[in-house]
Design a protein around this ligand. Structure first.
Ligand SMILES: [Ca+2]
Ligand SMILES: [Ca+2]
Length: 875
């Protein structure tokens, strides 16, 4: 029974079951969530100890700022406070407001006048792409799409007062630079520039530009260096008018004109457009026994601010729409979290005995649920016993691609079970926040029966379906179904015990279709990997990196099937004997390739003391090609005692709509769409005029020097063009004698290669410029030496006088690929003379790749040579 707009005292047989019901809705006396919270607080202050049920009628309840619950808002163990949707009511707490009054503008755009600043927008329930360049892929917001590639790091004097040049600026390619240069200063100040950084991104504001060098300086300092983890670092820009060119994009001017370019078929007279006004919806601190049931939480915002947002792994710098501290017995059941700009929920400090169950979390700027803080807690502040069960977490990382489905940092005794976690750009479930073997409180977490899938999308690197860190004794990762993990250039793993992972049990999982290995341990201790199906790692199946002397893992009773060439990843050294155990595994290559353990077969591998009892045999899956990994009765694995998990029990259960909602998320084109952004052709065209008087900054360079009087510096004491050049100075007594040397790594494998430069010697200069193939047993391509006033091509005994203290122009060309093997062309232009060409010079006939280009000083005294106008290209 319910009293309209009043308090109802429902007396039943037992007084302990008395309930107070507060009805909330537009036609009730209590109209808003805030009024409801105040009403409950009054009741509790008045001594109410029974259950208080706050029932919301259907409707959207707008929150301009978060609801705040404190100790005074607590319920009791036998009398909790329950905020819930009334029967059959659809209740949404929204931080968003609708935008109406759309009018057709020019260029196929539509326009509405708005107040306030916001950085997200939803149209008909879809997160729209803020105008970006290059454009997004398939209208998918976030980091998926086209990219620019950075040219190089910035040099020390490209901008004033750089303290950490590699973290403060980078050099763009000319066309990309021109695009930003064309903006007004105001426009440029509003641009958000996202730099892809392997396992996270830096979201930067632009401070300053250097036209001569195409240098871009960001506001503040990035967390990671530019152009280091990715030599051709990807970046893109958003939030300027000229970027609004693709259907589905939107842009907000400083004057409050909201512009949108509709998708085909979108009727702007009927659309629902929502923009957010608050970052958080609900904050709880010191609360006990409060539940939320059947409520939708929607539309929160994130504002990047004047310094952008530079985040770490797991989007650890982002908060949540609902943040809970120092609270226990908090329940969210049958709720929905959508169109959220951070994580949806965070049980942060000193939370316990709380849960999120049967809830749907989707369209998330970060990830689903955060558990525990990243600050090291003590016993009093540790978060523990948090349950996330039967939840669907789909579509994360839309603003912060490094977010996880579930991000458990310092937290113990938690359970993440029967969740369906899919469509993120980084890890599915991450547990632990200590790198190495120091104390970590993240123990005994049960991460079982989850369906984790479609991660990576070729956007980030270094992720796992499960990702673990640090001492995690008692943690289980079992009965999970993990598949389709596609990273950018490296590190798409299935189960990934990273730095110091200890005491994790991984059993009965089915893990398949990963861009690298299905299991990877990057150093750890005492981890148990058994009774799993590991299938179709694209690069390899098992990876071990950074070996240690203690027992690092036991890999037992697994069934491994693959069709590539590689079973083990990591070098022979990584797989040295004695510090890991493998036994009773079944290995099978379904493409008929030999199953090799590095350079040996199973018998040879067993002779080294590994894999006792393991066999190479077809495990007889029902249909491995269709990814049905149930074993036929006659499977040899079953005869060996393999205990299969059941992938059908991973994820949410049942046959109803809930399970359908979870399993409907499928991407047949996942691998097509996850192809890594292509690396641009390597190119150098450098006058050295815009580099500081310090080390050169050339793409994919290595500088080898000993700091014993030798150096590789940009200088202004000589120049063929302008005022600066690159000077390589030798010194006596260097070991090895081929220091100093500068190496470039173009990686050319086909086409016509040109290496051109101006060179100046002095008396005694002795050096060579050489093209080599890959590896240590490399093939040598074009090579030219400079010695005692001569230019020498040794194989043809070509010799040409080069007077010291003058500039000569050298051009070396060769064709890679099938044509013209073993031959190259040298052109030399001496001062005041015509070009001299030497064609058909010999080199190694097998040389077919420019992997290594060295400028090597081989003198044994203090003597220098200079390079200028360096060009390296392939056509
Ligand atoms: Ca665009
Ligand atoms: Ca120059």
């Amino acid at each position: 029974m319910r009293f309209v707009s009043a308090l109802a005292f429902l007396l039943s047989v037992s007084p302990a079951l008395a309930e107070v019901v507060i009805s909330v809705g537009s036609s009730e006396a209590v109209k808003t969530p805030l009024e409801a919270v105040q009403k409950v607080r009054e009741l509790r202050a008045g001594g109410e100890k029974g259950t208080v049920r706050v029932e919301f009628s259907s409707g959207e309840f707008f929150l301009a700022e978060p609801l705040k619950l404190e100790a005074a808002d607590s319920g009791l163990e036998m009398g909790p406070t329950i905020y819930q949707a009334a029967k059959d009511a659809k209740v949404t707490f929204t931080g968003g407001k609708k935008v109406a009054g759309w009018k057709e503008a020019k260029d196929g755009l539509w326009q509405a006048k708005v107040e306030g600043k916001f950085e997200q927008m939803w149209i008909n329930g879809r997160r729209a792409v803020r105008a970006r360049t290059p454009n997004a892929m398939d209208n998918r917001p976030g980091a998926v799409g086209g990219y620019f590639n950075a040219k190089s790091q910035a040099s020390t004097d490209m901008f004033k007062d750089l303290k950490k040049p590699s973290h403060e600026a980078f050099v763009a390619r000319p066309a990309d630079y021109a695009l930003l240069k064309a903006l007004t200063a105001d426009e440029r100040a509003d641009v958000l520039l996202t730099v892809m950084q392997t396992w996270t991104v830096g979201q930067c504001r632009i401070q300053e530009m250097n036209d001569a060098a195409n240098g871009i300086r960001i506001v503040g300092t990035a967390l990671y260096p530019f152009v280091q983890f990715e030599p051709d670092q990807r970046w893109y820009v958003e939030n300027f008018r000229a970027a609004l060119d693709a259907p589905g994009e939107w842009f907000l001017t400083r004057d409050g004109d909201l512009l949108y370019k509709p998708l085909p078929g979108e009727d702007m007279t009927k659309v629902e457009v929502v923009v957010p006004v608050t970052e958080k919806l609900l904050l709880m601190d010191g609360v006990q026994h409060v539940s939320f049931e059947g409520i939708t939480f929607a539309h929160t915002q994130f504002q990047y601010g004047p310094a952008g947002h530079h985040d770490r792994q797991a989007a650890a710098g982002t908060g949540a729409a609902i943040e809970v501290d120092r609270s226990q017995h908090i329940r969210f059941h049958d709720c929905e979290f959508k169109h959220i700009s951070n994580y949806a929920l965070w049980f942060r400090t000193a939370c316990a005995l709380s849960s999120v169950t049967h809830s749907y979390l989707h369209d998330l700027g970060s990830g689903g649920v955060r558990i525990g803080d990243t600050k090291m807690p003590d016993d009093a502040t540790l978060t523990h016993h948090i349950v996330v069960d039967d939840c669907i977490i789909h579509g994360g990382g839309r603003l912060f691609p490094s977010a996880c489905g579930i991000f458990l940092a310092h937290a113990a005794d938690c359970e993440v079970t029967h969740c369906d976690i899919g469509d993120l750009y980084y890890t599915g479930i991450s547990a632990g926040w200590v790198w190495g073997y120091k104390h970590s409180p993240a123990k005994r977490n049960r991460l079982d029966f989850n369906h984790i899938h479609h991660l990576g999308w070729g956007v980030l690197s270094d992720m796992g379906g499960f990702y673990g860190l640090g001492r995690s004794e008692g943690t289980t990762v079992s009965h999970n179904h993990v598949h389709d993990v596609g990273s950018y250039r490296y590190g798409g793993w299935g189960l990934y015990t990273d730095e110091g992972s200890t005491g994790v049990t991984m059993m009965h999982n089915v893990v398949h279709d990963t861009s690298e290995s299905t299991f990877h341990q990057h150093y750890g201790k005492w981890n148990q990997v058994s009774h799993n199906v590991f299938a179709y790692g694209r690069k390899a199946q098992i990876q071990r990196s950074r070996p240690e002397t203690h027992a690092s893992f036991a890999y037992e009773n697994n069934v491994v099937i693959y069709e590539g060439e590689k079973l083990l990843d990591g070098s022979n050294y990584n797989w040295g004997p004695g510090t890991y155990e493998m036994r009773n595994n079944v290995y099978w290559n379904s493409a008929g390739l030999p199953v090799m353990f590095h350079d040996t077969d199973l018998a040879g591998w067993q002779a080294k003391g590994h894999d006792e009892g393991s066999i190479v045999a077809d495990p007889l899956f029902v249909d491995a090609a269709k990814r049905n990994f149930r074993l036929k009765k006659e499977s040899p694995a079953l005869k060996m005692g393999f205990i299969p998990g059941d992938a059908n029990k991973a994820g949410v259960l049942g046959d109803g709509d809930w399970r359908k909602l979870a399993t409907a998320l499928s991407f047949p084109d996942f691998w097509e769409k996850s192809k890594p952004w292509p690396m641009p052709a390597y190119e150098v065209d450098e006058t050295f005029e815009h580099m500081g008087l310090s080390f050169p900054i050339l793409p994919r360079q290595e500088i080898h020097w000993q700091n014993k009087g030798d150096s590789v510096y940009v200088v202004d004491d000589q120049a063929a063009s302008g005022k600066r050049s690159l000077k390589i100075t030798d010194a006596p007594g260097l070991d090895p004698s081929w220091d100093p040397h500068l190496v470039l790594k173009p990686g050319y494998q086909s086409g016509k290669v040109t290496v051109a430069f101006q060179v100046r010697t002095e008396k005694g200069s002795k050096f060579f410029v050489e093209c080599r193939g890959p590896g240590s047993a490399y093939q040598t391509g074009p090579s030219v030496a400079f010695d005692s006033g001569y230019i020498l091509e040794k194989r043809s005994k070509t010799k040409l006088a080069l007077p010291p203290d003058t500039w000569a122009k050298i051009e070396m060309t060769a064709t890679l690929g099938a044509e013209n093997k073993g031959q190259w062309t040298l052109k030399v232009t001496l001062p005041g003379q015509p070009v001299q060409e030497f064609a058909n010079l010999p080199c190694d006939a097998e040389w077919n790749e420019l992997a290594w280009l060295g400028f090597v000083s081989s003198a044994k005294e203090k003597v220098a040579f200079w390079l200028d106008d360096l060009k390296v290209k392939v056509e």
